[in-house]
Design a protein around this ligand. Structure first.
Ligand code: TMP
Length: 256
């Protein structure tokens, strides 16, 4: 196998140079982190599940006519995406109070919000991803007002679509995080959805039992993370009821 050029390694993914110009290979790791990587673990099978779930959701979003970085999956753990310049924002959408919103404003987890709320965080690990307003974003030039319009417009459509999709399989989309990038094509630049959408960056609650089917199982030491992600994949029809995805990471076999 050819040695690939690693562009960047993040907490849950590795980026390699893609086989064609302006493409990148995204490798989904089994690593789980929380609280800005203060808490870490390797959870066998998580990367494969996130890749499969994200592939499914990005295909649906592409089908809606919204531009994304996703081109195609290459294997269970890797996808080919367009090379984009990541806009340094975490765009969080909330439909139900949970997590940091509940803590900050003293609203009980599970309280339905009067309307969906979009929050912006400046993507900067050193600063712990502080919350910012659109004023900061445009004043500091992280994104232009036109780009923010595109981001908000796409985010609202994605929330409507995903909320309905999950409702149909008995899951409440409590909140989630999106990232966007700039995609350059000839002399044109447009904002596209980037990163991933998976139970790592969504809160998904079973409507009937209120069970958590997302990364809060890791953040809150509840266990059963892979089983929960598998349940999401099953309900989305990505894996069959009795299908077992490979849990172990490929091991390097040494012949000597
Ligand atoms: P929060 O309640 O901790 O602010 O999280 C809101 C949503 O954003 C939740 O679905 C998890 C997701 N999220 C990320 O994807 N990455 C992060 O670094 C954080 C803090 C939250």
């Amino acid at each position: 196998m050819n040695k690939r050029t690693r562009i960047y390694e993040g907490k849950a993914k590795i980026l390699y140079e893609g086989p064609e110009p302006n493409t990148v290979v995204v490798h989904f790791k089994d690593d789980a982190t929380a609280f800005n990587a203060e808490k870490k673990a390797v959870i066998d099978g998580k990367g494969v599940l996130n890749q499969r779930i994200s592939e499914f959701l990005f295909n649906k979003i592409n089908d809606m006519g919204l531009p994304t970085h996703f081109i195609r999956s290459l294997n269970m753990r890797e996808q080919l995406v367009r090379a984009v310049e990541i806009i340094p924002l975490e765009v969080v959408v909330r439909n139900v109070a949970a997590g940091s919103l509940s803590k900050r404003l003293g609203i009980e987890e599970g309280t339905a919000l009067p309307r969906s709320i979009i929050e912006l965080y400046y993507k900067n690990d050193k600063l712990g991803d502080p919350m910012v307003t659109e004023e900061h974003v445009t004043a500091f030039g992280w994104a232009t007002p036109q780009e923010m319009d595109d981001i908000v417009h796409m985010t609202v459509r994605i929330n409507d679509f995903l909320s309905g999709l999950f409702l149909g399989i008995g899951i409440r989309l409590v909140d989630f995080k999106l990232e966007f990038g700039r995609f350059y094509e000839n002399d044109m630049m447009r904002v596209v959805l980037a990163d991933e959408i998976s139970p790592d960056n969504c809160r998904l609650w079973d409507i009937a039992t209120k069970d958590k089917l997302d990364k809060d199982r890791f953040r809150r030491d509840m266990g059963g993370l892979v089983e929960a992600y598998q349940e999401v994949a099953r309900r989305l029809g990505i894996i069959q009821a009795n299908e077992q995805l490979p849990r172990a990471r490929p091991k390097l076999v040494k012949n000597d």
